[in-house]
Ligand binder design. Structure first.
Ligand code: 6PG
Length: 241
């Protein structure tokens, strides 16, 4: 099921998504003993992560039964300002009672990124609960959307868009002149729940086309999970909707 939520601003998006996280976490822990979530990178989710770790909300979550994965990562060291792992650690993970052994970093900076891909794929197959088809699936995948319609590191015109088997892949992004590691459409679309957060006026033209037109011109349009898909869009990005 797909739902579109138009909210006032990034603060309201963060509060609404935090409540969704708490609901899905409670259900997952009751159902299979743990909550397995893939974090989005970029700047949009930072406010959410800070709120989840805040004294207003942190106690509502069962951190010892939470397992944190990453939807994608840049090919930088974990202490680099560009690292999605660093952003999530500074905003949230360093401030909550989650065991470090339950935070699974993508080692996209490794010289042999393909080896890191194999290791992360094996991790997902080993750690994640299975869905009805017996495939490993996330309880929740958090995603963002770039102003070119990319999501995770699924960029327009890149080879990773055609990956139909592997759960994780490495991709060289020409426009960034950089390698990335990312979960793939099979891994995203097998998720029980996907939440896409979009904020800012610079996204308004693309989001209007992404949600207004059928087709798959933009990578984010091929996010079509078997489970639930929720869009959380602020008013600044939504005037054309
Ligand atoms: C990344 C993200 C990426 C992000 C979009 C939106 O590593 O950059 O995973 O997919 O979600 O680029 O980024 P902003 O939230 O910064 O607009």
């Amino acid at each position: 099921m797909r739902e579109i939520h138009i909210l006032a601003d990034i603060d309201e998006i963060s509060h609404v998504v935090a409540k969704k996280w708490a609901q899905l976490s409670e259900h997952a822990i009751n159902d299979h003993g743990g909550f397995h979530i893939a974090l989005s990178g970029g700047s949009t989710p930072r406010r959410l992560y800070e709120y989840l770790a805040s004294s207003d909300f942190s106690d509502q979550l069962n951190w010892p039964k939470t397992h944190i994965y990453f939807g994608d990562e840049r090919s930088v060291a974990p202490d680099d300002e560009e690292s999605n792992f660093k952003m999530a650690t500074d905003a949230m993970l360093a401030h909550v009672a989650i065991p470090a052994t339950q935070v699974y970093r993508m080692q996209a900076e490794a010289d042999d990124i393909q080896q890191s891909v194999v290791q992360y794929s094996e991790l997902l197959n080993h750690k994640l609960p299975a869905n009805k088809q017996g495939l490993p699936c996330f309880d929740l995948v958090l995603l963002g959307m770039g102003d070119d319609g990319h999501t995770a590191s699924l960029f327009p015109g890149t080879t990773i868009l055609e990956e139909k088997e592997k759960p994780v892949a490495a991709v060289y992004v020409e426009k960034l002149k950089a390698w990335r590691m990312s979960i793939t459409y099979p891994m995203i679309n097998s998720a029980c729940n996907v939440a896409i957060m979009v904020a800012g006026e610079n996204k308004k033209e693309v989001i209007a086309q992404v949600l207004g037109e059928m087709g798959s011109a933009y990578p984010v349009q091929r996010v079509q999970p078997d489970g639930n898909l929720d869009w959380y869009i602020d008013k600044a990005a939504a005037p054309c909707l």
